[in-house]
Ligand binder design. Structure first.
Ligand code: GLC
Ligand code: GLC
Length: 816
């Protein structure tokens, strides 16, 4: 069952009924001011940091699930009837409803009582404000007198404090109302030099800024007292809960259309110019008013919207494809790329599943996210790598997370996830391959942000590799530490105390439990660094890395192979995890994917066996589960993985992040049909038709789909902020379509379904635009035997990097 449809030409998903199984959301903003918005206008906004500079309030896990947002009420002054054109919060049945989520904007339109309403929400590029552009049309044959009421609930800035510290916060709230603009200025009187504002293009008939006046005692957002009676109370918030509501009264003639603009924004004043007059307590509005005036003017708002569209068209233009699969096309061309940009902007901070107050930027997550956006914004990828490296510890280890505002490592979580540092090598390699910018390796960065410790990025990478080699266990495999990629495989935790963090509790010395996953990751990273060293003229060092990789591979084949698949780990007792010998958790997905991606087992037949085992034991119609059998109870020596009920999250859920590793492994083995089959199983667009089962948005990946052991097999959760976005993008574009940046050029090595006659792609790469046509006349899976550049054949299948040229370069690749 569907709840909408894809409009690929407009690059929108159009939702056609408001009661989606879960809120289906979108993101606004791409620079510093951001918002999340649901299909019924729920959500909130913040400036840079979703915890520390939250502009509007939002209550997670509310009832209904999504309540609180950018709401507008319309009221017919004659009948007294009122409704919300975005359905929530009145939930009056609308005669027509559509929500179009586009790239950086959302438009919600509806019709009720012959009044057509449409609100377009977006954030102009480079501005710290959001525009709600409302248009109203009277479809009656007679004039209609309407009142409209805007509403927003302000957050007292620090979202955590806002949700907990009521003894203080009920007394601090302050606002100013001037010329129809509502200013939220809590704590501006003391150490903050920022405030929020809420403005309207029309003359007001009233306003409210105190929530309980507007709503009335014991009432909620579904029927505010002000709206019900048809008049605001002109309340001024002193403490309690500051809100913003404008009342506008208007008479619409038959067929008349009116446009009204609301602005919600964030503004900072220089610390010494906060007040006007300077010795007063009144906000100095000199620098904000020009901005407010500008965007309350419709032509400027429209122009800003066009600029936003251009911005996204330019970003997405870096890679466009036309394949026989509409699901692949729309994910590659639109939604997967868009989701990768959102994960770049948000990391794991703010979604409907991440509350914006918890997790900082993950070291491992951010390094992997790079894979999905580096081709669109290489310069921002460069910055991100440098930020990450500057938090690295002198040991080569990494803080597991760092905070966005300070860019410093997070001490609460600390370090000790032994896979972390290796991802920096892979992230940097991806950047080098995309950009060819070798100068990044010479950038000098501190360790632990400590001034005076600056060393070239290259040395940070050297230390990352050494970190693993200095931490080997009894079998010569890497020690796992707190966990590896699987945050929930906590083999040194042994926690028996409720509420203790699995992530930070360590009761064992950590000298026994080993990770086969990190071994595979190490082999991949060491070979990558060897190439980087070689290219930098460090032949001897390169040879050492190759040798270390070779030794690790041999150890892995000796102690990390179970006969039919790769083992997962050794626990603190030295027992196997992910072995046929185990009662539960006999086979895990991560090592099957990562070891093969590192090239292990491709020559001796192990890869083929491992992939067959994945198909036999782990594959389901909804994707590949993380392990089997699921853990049926809590195991002290395994940690959080066994804390989840079977089929959910890391306990045998379909943890979508790992599925593309198998797709890539299948592609490396030459299995184009299998790779694409797995690709489609979790492709959100391909699952659109089962939206009532999948339940999350059909246009973006979710972190998890419930596995076969779960009662709700096939149900997705935790959409948007997941490494799934980047890895699926890499799997389809680089390995299945096979257009893969390498150090010396662009590799064209598709591994596709045999039934595909070919496909076309446009790829920007190092200043050139390649228009690539792949032909598959003999129905093969792989094997480019002929490569023509502007009609002349070149040997091999690598397009050598060329000096940037304005002209498009035509390429033809033939599988034979
Ligand atoms: C979450 C984390 C990621 C981790 C994964 C598996 O997605 O963000 O870092 O690798 O879970 O536990
Ligand atoms: C929990 C989740 C895991 C996530 C981690 C992040 O362990 O199960 O997916 O990576 O929290 O802190």
């Amino acid at each position: 069952m569907r709840y909408g449809y894809f409009d690929d030409n407009r690059r929108e998903y159009v939702i056609t009924r408001p009661d989606t199984p879960l809120p289906w959301i979108n993101y606004l903003g791409c620079d510093a001011y951001f918002g999340i918005i649901s299909n019924t206008a729920g959500g909130y906004s913040f400036y840079r940091d979703a915890r520390l500079r939250r502009v509007s309030r939002y209550r997670y896990n509310n009832v209904p699930f999504d309540l609180g947002g950018r709401y507008i009420y319309l009221r017919d002054q004659d009948s007294g009837e009122f409704w919300s054109p975005t359905w929530q919060p009145t939930r009056r049945t609308l005669h027509e409803y559509t929500c179009s989520h586009g790239l950086g904007y959302t438009i919600i339109g509806s019709r009720y009582a012959s009044i057509a309403a449409e609100v377009r929400y977006f954030i102009p590029l480079g501005e710290n404000l959001e525009i709600w552009q409302l248009s109203l049309k009277n479809e009656h044959g007679h004039p209609t007198r309407l009142s409209l009421f805007s509403s927003i609930e302000f957050c007292l800035w620090d979202a955590w404090d806002d949700a907990t510290n009521f003894q203080r916060n009920f007394s601090t709230g302050q606002v100013e109302i001037e010329d129809g603009v509502i200013y939220h200025k809590t704590e501006y009187r003391e150490r903050r030099n920022h405030f929020a504002y809420f403005a309207c293009s029309e003359r007001l008939s009233g306003f409210d800024t105190q929530r309980d006046a507007f709503l009335g005692p014991y009432r909620g957002w579904e029927a505010p007292a002000a709206v019900e009676r048809g008049r605001c109370f002109d309340s001024v918030a002193n403490g309690w809960a500051p809100i913003g509501s404008h009342q506008v009264d208007l008479t619409l003639l038959p067929k008349e259309t009116r446009e009204i603009i609301f602005l919600l924004g964030y503004h900072e004043n220089p610390a010494d110019q906060k007040f006007d007059p300077p010795d007063s307590q009144t906000i100095n509005k000199k620098t904000v008013l020009p901005i407010i005036r500008k965007y309350l003017a419709r032509p400027n708002a429209d122009a800003a919207f066009e600029q936003l569209r251009d911005y996204w068209n330019r970003l997405l233009g870096s890679f466009q494809v036309q394949t026989p699969s509409a699901d692949a096309d729309r994910m590659v061309n639109i939604w997967n790329a868009y989701q990768c940009m959102v994960t770049f902007n948000m990391s794991r901070s703010a979604s409907f599943y991440e509350s914006g107050i918890g997790r900082g930027m993950g070291f491992r997550d951010s390094s992997q996210d790079l894979l999905g956006f580096v081709h669109m914004i290489p310069e921002r990828a460069r910055e991100r790598i440098l930020d990450l490296a500057a938090t690295q510890l002198p040991t080569g280890g990494a803080f597991h997370q760092y905070q966005t505002l300070t860019k410093r490592g997070n001490n609460d979580i600390g370090s000790g996830f032994n896979d972390d540092p290796l991802w920096l090598i892979l992230g940097t390699a991806a950047y080098l391959k995309e950009s060819g910018d070798w100068s990044i390796l010479e950038e000098r960065l501190p360790y632990e942000n400590e001034p005076g410790t600056e060393r070239p990025l290259y040395e940070h990478l050297q230390r990352s590799l050494r970190y693993t080699l200095e931490r080997l266990g009894p079998h010569g495999l890497p020690l796992i530490g707190r966990a590896d990629w699987n945050d929930c495989l906590n083999l040194n935790c042994f926690s028996d105390t409720p509420g203790q963090s699995f992530q930070t509790t360590t009761n064992k010395d950590g000298r026994t439990a080993e990770s086969v996953f990190i071994a595979g990751l190490f082999v991949m990273a060491a070979r990558e660094l060897a190439v980087i060293a070689q290219k930098g003229g460090l032949g001897e060092e390169a040879a050492q890395y190759m040798a270390a990789a070779g030794r690790m591979e041999a150890t892995l084949l000796q102690h990390g192979w179970d006969g039919n698949w790769f083992l997962r780990a050794y626990d603190d007792y030295g027992h196997k995890i992910g072995s046929d010998e185990c009662d539960e958790g006999k086979i895990f997905i991560e090592t099957q994917g990562f070891c093969i991606m590192a090239g292990i087992g491709l020559e001796n037949g192990n890869a083929i066996k491992s992939l067959a085992a994945v198909r036999e034991h782990l594959a389901t119609p909804h994707g590949i589960v993380l392990q089997q059998p699921a853990y049926s109870r809590y195991y002290l020596h395994l940690g959080e993985i066994s804390s989840y009920p079977p089929g959910y999250k890391e306990n045998a859920g379909i943890f979508c992040h790992t599925n593309p590793w198998i797709m890539i492994a299948e592609a490396m083995a030459g299995h184009g049909d299998e790779a694409f089959d797995y690709y489609l199983r979790i492709n959100p667009s391909a699952r659109e038709e089962i939206s009532e089962i999948h339940r999350c948005e059909p246009y973006v990946y979710a972190q998890m789909i419930a596995g076969r052991d779960a009662a709700t097999h096939g149900e997705a959760k935790n959409s948007w902020l997941t490494g799934t976005a980047a890895w699926n993008y890499a799997a389809i574009t680089q390995w299945i379509l096979g257009i893969r940046p390498e150090y010396d050029g662009l590799r064209i090595d598709p591994v596709i379904p045999a039934a595909w006659g070919g496909f076309k792609a446009t790829r920007r790469f190092r200043g050139n635009t390649y228009v690539i046509e792949v032909k598959n006349p003999s129905s093969l899976n792989r094997g480019v035997k002929k490569l023509l550049v502007e009609g002349s054949e070149i040997p091999g299948n690598l397009l050598p990097a060329a000096a940037p040229n304005a002209a498009v370069i035509h390429v033809e690749a033939v599988l034979q």
